[in-house]
Design a protein around this ligand. Structure first.
Ligand code: XLS
Ligand code: NI
Ligand code: NI
Length: 438
């Protein structure tokens, strides 16, 4: 094993659309300005530790296939520390400015909580060194509250209070190390917060506990002066039958019900949106309406498979719609495009990690350029504007201003011709314009 995992790769250059070099970007040109902001700043790419450096690519039917020469195959702290160097080598050569991790991805769990914390501290010291050496920053940290069997009934929604306390202690530590590493956010994905069957579940009590848990997290964040953004990551099912954070609407309702709405934004993941029976564009719109779009787990599912396949995003309609949403809000602030995605079990060679990320980054760069073209073109915006033009004056404006009543609306309806079949929706025309600009 050399002291580099990829000694033959210096960095992934931008070579433009005509390049045939598989280890070059065709569209992601970090310094290129789009609407006055660099691609790098619009996209804020992030590599995830769990899939890219820890996923063995096993599935329920077979063992892991991933070849990762830099791993010695043990779960030792030494190996974990060593792995950090290779993770940063990869991320730096790729040119991604951020990474994200779960506590248990980066450091092995010990026999006791105290030992796990000690292991984590040892690896965090190396993460810190590597962040300083490379300038790569932490997008968000999180705690793994789903892998260990102690969490089989959930963590913050466990029926067992000792498990709940353990989970709180683990999150406390994970927030501390995220803070220490200058993380820009902290994610709560409800690993097993949900139920397998309602027959054994007191749902209301579990939700109350979850809300308490999050309130304590907010309190602790303030106490230690952690300024990063808290995110909730919606997902409707898997591993549980029903996850409480099932979609953005459910999360927003929960946060409002428990007075937590000022402290959390969403970390939206495409594959979770589609599992919920929504498009990613739908989830983004719901967030935008509530000023709650925080960050994006950039992946995609498979249309024919009903679980979280976490594939790298390559669909330009998807990336275009995501970027239209992000541009509408003027760009992400603390969040980024976080590749919560894994290579297929058949793509087991280390170099496949580069191909996967390059493809995802180029797909988003194209999505960004196409979204900018759609905005500049203006025809779609014009169609939408015209579709609502009856609200700009007259009775529509009166309703919007709160000046109408059922009586005034009835008077209007009786004195005007029947409004049958007004403006066409122009869906096909809009789709043609999108295809023209894609
Ligand atoms: C799993 C989630 C997970 C979160 C982080 O489906 O996507 O990876 O992003 O805990
Ligand atoms: Ni995710
Ligand atoms: Ni996921």
């Amino acid at each position: 094993m050399s002291n580099q995992a990829f000694p033959d790769i210096k960095s992934i250059p931008f070579e433009g659309p005509s390049s045939k070099n598989p280890l070059a970007f065709k569209h992601y040109n970090p310094s290129e300005l789009i609407e006055g902001k660099s691609m790098k700043d619009w996209l804020r790419f992030s590599v995830v530790y769990w899939h890219t450096f820890r996923n063995s690519l096993s599935d329920p039917f077979g063992a892991g296939t991933a070849i990762r020469p830099w791993d010695d195959g043990t779960d030792s702290v030494e190996n974990a520390k060593n792995r950090v160097r290779y993770a940063f080598e990869f991320t730096q050569k790729l040119g991604a400015p951020y990474y994200a991790f779960h506590d248990r991805d980066v450091a092995p769990e010990g026999k006791t909580l105290a030992e796990s914390n000690k292991n984590l501290d040892a690896v965090v010291a190396v993460l810190k060194e590597e962040q300083q050496r490379t300038g790569i920053k932490l997008l968000w940290g999180t705690a793994c509250l789903f892998a260990n069997p102690r969490f089989l009934h959930g963590a913050a929604t466990s029926p067992n209070a000792d498990v709940y306390a353990y989970a709180a202690a683990q999150v406390k530590k994970a927030i501390e190390v995220t803070h220490e590493l200058g993380g820009e956010g902290y994610t709560f994905w409800g690993g097993r917060e949900g139920y397998s069957t309602l027959w054994n579940t007191d749902m209301k009590r579990e939700l109350d506990h979850l809300a308490r848990f999050l309130h304590m997290a907010v309190d602790y964040k303030k106490e230690i002066g952690f300024k990063g953004q808290f995110y909730i990551e919606p997902k409707p099912k898997e591993p549980t039958t029903h996850q409480y954070d099932s979609d953005t609407a459910a999360c927003l309702n929960f946060l409002r019900e428990y007075g937590l709405q000022d402290h959390f934004k969403m970390n939206l993941e495409t594959n979770h949106a589609t599992l919920a029976g929504h498009t990613m564009a739908h989830e983004i719109e719901v967030c935008l309406g509530a000023n709650a779009l925080g960050s994006i787990d950039a992946n995609t599912g498979n249309e024919l498979i009903g679980w979280d396949t976490d594939q790298f995003p390559t669909n330009l309609y998807l990336t275009t719609q995501i970027m239209l949403g992000v541009m509408k809000m003027g760009g992400l602030t603390t969040g980024g495009m976080n590749f919560d995605a894994k290579v297929r079990r058949e793509s087991f060679e280390p170099i496949d990690l580069f191909y996967a990320h390059i493809g995802g980054m180029d797909a988003f760069a194209r999505g960004l350029k196409i979204a900018a073209a759609i905005r500049k073109d203006g025809r779609i915006a014009e169609i939408v504007k015209n579709r609502y033009s009856s609200w700009d004056s007259g009775i529509g404006a009166e309703v919007e201003a709160g000046k109408a009543s059922f009586a005034s609306l009835e008077k209007h309806a009786l004195s005007h011709p029947d409004p049958i079949q007004h403006t066409s929706g122009r869906q096909e025309l809009i789709e043609n314009i999108v295809n023209e600009l894609i």
